[in-house]
Design a protein around this ligand. Structure first.
Ligand code: ZN
Ligand code: ZN
Length: 361
């Protein structure tokens, strides 16, 4: 990833607004967003004049390649925290230091209280997560690529699905194809849920074998340039029933209504209502028990939220999922999930895989 000097400037403005002179960043996605570093072990501290990334020997080449000239890289052979206690006093003007309260273990908090007792630590929440909501052109292009890999992998997998295959076997083919097509990682555990198991919104793949008449929910994504896609389609094995077709049509209409009407500036809860109100009007409101969607980016679940309780407005250029569903215990479930860019001129649906109740097997 290219170094992102604009992001440091934006972060510094937020630090000022939050009343801290510096911020200790311990969340790896936040570290990646701020500095470009994609390794799995680092501490970052950013003040108004300095930005320092501390990582270990394994990343000495990678860190210097990924991180721009405006971030100093320190390679530590023993303990990142020991080095941090050496770095912090050298930062000019860093008196009040913030930490990310959602991303610090209690054990590490104790370090702040013990070794860092001379600084007045201030808990902060969501500073960098707030900045991450608005995607720039390079981030949108990574997400588009992650969508395109995911959809190509699904298109290659669907014709291979047969009655008698296990959910695990379907997941294996899909995941292998994702890798072959260039996905860097599976952004979350692939969901392949069939028959009555499709009523479990977050089912894992199991050894259940596909049978004629099963609903089949596949929810998965790809990663490109560190950015995720997240897509769900529902299939039927063999012939579908009228009840399946009817429920699918309701979810499809809820998805289309919300994807078409969602706008930047709308509160997350108003976006959620776009789909929920329709499903309620069709008498299936009690069967849609989760929120409508979430932001995607460096993480598969990030701000903003589209839920009944989300008061925050959806930022311009955020990328969110629209994923209404209907779940009936013992019968099955249906979900259709798309990824939508909230561009200034209106929603742009990034996913294009066919949304009908496709027959497989
Ligand atoms: Zn999903
Ligand atoms: Zn999702």
């Amino acid at each position: 990833m290219d170094p992102q000097p604009g992001r440091l400037a934006a972060l510094r403005a937020e630090l000022e607004a939050a009343g801290v002179d510096a911020l200790l960043v311990t969340s790896l996605p936040n570290i990646r967003y701020t500095t470009g570093f994609s390794g799995s072990s680092a501490l970052v501290v950013v003040s108004q004049t300095d930005a320092v990334l501390i990582t270990d020997f394994r990343y000495r080449v990678q860190a210097r390649t990924e991180v721009g000239a405006d971030v100093a890289v320190e390679i530590e052979g023993t303990s990142l925290w020991s080095r941090f206690w050496g770095v912090l006093p050298r930062l000019t003007g860093a008196r009040q230091v913030g930490f990310e309260s959602a991303h610090l273990t209690h054990a590490d908090y104790q370090r702040l209280m013990d070794s860092g007792a001379r600084w007045p630590w201030r808990p902060t929440t969501g500073i960098i997560e707030g900045l991450r909501q608005k995607k720039d052109a390079s981030e949108v292009s990574c997400i588009r690529q992650a969508v395109s890999i995911a959809e190509a992998a699904l298109a290659a997998t669907v014709p291979e699905i047969r009655v008698g295959m296990t959910e695990l076997a379907v997941g294996a083919r899909l995941e292998r194809t994702l890798r072959e097509l260039g996905s860097e990682a599976h952004p979350f555990e692939t969901i392949v849920a069939s028959g009555e198991r499709s009523a479990l919104p977050h089912a894992r793949c199991s050894s259940r074998e596909l049978r004629n008449g099963d609903l089949l929910v596949i929810d998965f994504g790809a990663t490109s340039g560190g950015y995720c896609s997240d897509i769900t389609r529902t299939f039927v094995v063999g012939q579908c029933s009228d009840a399946q077709l009817e429920a699918h049509a309701v979810v499809l209409e809820a998805n289309a209504t919300a994807s078409g009407a969602v706008r930047a500036g709308m509160r997350g809860k108003d976006a959620d209502s776009l789909a929920r109100d329709y499903i309620q009007r069709r008498g299936m409101g009690s069967e849609f028990g989760h929120s409508l969607g979430h932001g995607i980016g460096l993480e598969v679940h990030e701000a903003p939220r589209l839920s009944k309780t989300a008061d925050a407005p959806l930022p311009t250029n955020s990328v969110v999922t629209i994923e209404p569903g209907i779940y009936r215990d013992g019968w099955g479930g249906i979900r259709i999930e798309d990824d939508v860019l909230l561009a200034p001129e209106g929603p742009v649906v990034l996913t294009s895989f066919a949304r009908g109740l496709l027959q497989v097997g």
